[in-house]
Design a protein around this ligand. Structure first.
Ligand SMILES: [Zn+2]
Ligand SMILES: [Zn+2]
Length: 337
């Protein structure tokens, strides 16, 4: 029956025989002019030459020790230092990896992406490229690659990072809540051994002049009016399931009617730095009047809606006032006086 044949096979151009034919040494052509391989692939410059490869992307703990450039004229190379561990931050490198491949292709170069075994790190990079280039979802791209290379199996940390990549529209948007939350989680994994918190983790203090963010709503201390953060610092989350998310009865919020979020979960702002360093859990106080604004925990905290946020920097909504920004009306803007 033709139906049975269809269900067992998958796409015909991805049949095992076709992929066998694409094996060149330890490399596998997974896309036109794009090879995937392990360390053995780069150990044989003659085979790279035979496959017409003139661009090599290495994602490994160390760069290939031999000088490929000496063997292959005008070689393009790009190195991403990365261990094959779930906690490795690959996400922050994906845009540069994808653009390296894209630019090489635009220059009619054939690319090899390789790591040590050719199963996890290089697979993750190639999948990011496929997602972006062919507008595939993570699942589609992974399934496609595993059809050609059944042993391909990235670690679960990279899977999570590629799902975040997809959620950001196949591009790393460093200003997005998704990326900010990701960066915070990465830092938390290293906490509290960290001696210093990376500066880029902190949002600029809104009392600093000229940041070009003046179109964003500003939140001020209700008591002393000190500017605390802008709307771009709020890390939104899906509302939890209310009381069902609270394990212990006594932890349930008092409100009987609904369980909306009573706090803003935000990225750390510069004025918090001295409070956060080396401390796992504590209060967040207004830097001017010391009014209690909320709390933080590198272990994470549960929002009143039930959702758990890790790490958590929360400001109670009733301790701050939101200053909405008025739309600019141009010549019609009103004059006071
Ligand atoms: Zn919430
Ligand atoms: Zn205050």
């Amino acid at each position: 029956m033709s139906e049975a044949q269809n269900s067992s096979g998958g796409c015909e151009h991805l049949s095992p025989r076709a992929s066998e034919a694409n094996y060149t040494g330890q490399m596998l052509e997974v896309w036109p002019k794009l090879y995937l391989g392990g360390a053995a692939a780069v150990a044989r410059p003659d085979r790279l030459k035979a496959a017409d490869i003139s661009a090599v992307l290495t994602v490994d703990s160390e760069e290939p020790s031999f000088k490929l450039g000496a063997e292959i004229e005008d070689l393009w190379s790009f190195f991403v230092p990365a261990l094959d561990k779930p906690e490795t931050d690959l996400l922050s490198h994906l845009d540069r990896c994808v653009s390296f491949i894209t630019q090489a292709h635009a220059n009619d170069r054939t690319v090899l992406v390789h790591c040590h075994a050719g199963l996890s790190r290089s697979v993750a990079v190639v999948i990011a490229f496929l997602m972006k280039t062919d507008e595939l979802t993570f699942e589609e791209a992974y399934e496609y690659l595993q059809t050609i290379k059944p042993k391909a199996k990235m670690n679960e940390g990279f899977e999570w990072q590629l799902k975040l990549y997809e959620a950001m529209g196949n591009e790393v948007d460093t200003s997005s809540a998704i990326y900010k939350q990701y960066r915070l989680q990465k830092v938390t994994e290293k906490y509290p051994e960290l001696q210093n918190l990376p500066q880029e983790l902190f949002a600029v203090d809104p009392t600093t002049i000229s940041q070009g963010l003046t179109h964003q709503a500003l939140y001020r201390c209700r008591k002393c009016r000190r500017s605390l953060f802008r709307s771009s610092s709020i890390l939104g989350h899906e509302e939890g399931n209310g009381p069902d998310d609270f394990v212990h009865k006594r932890m349930k919020p008092h409100s009987v009617f609904h369980y909306s979020c009573t706090s803003y979960f935000i990225e750390p702002v510069q004025w918090m730095e001295s409070t956060l360093l080396g401390v796992m859990v504590g209060q967040l106080l207004c830097p001017k009047c010391s009014a209690k604004l909320g709390s933080f925990s590198w272990y994470g905290e549960q929002c009143s809606c039930g959702r758990r946020i890790t790490p958590a920097f929360q400001i109670h909504k009733n301790r701050v006032d939101e200053m909405k920004v008025l739309p600019v009306l141009g010549s019609q803007s009103r004059t006071i006086g």
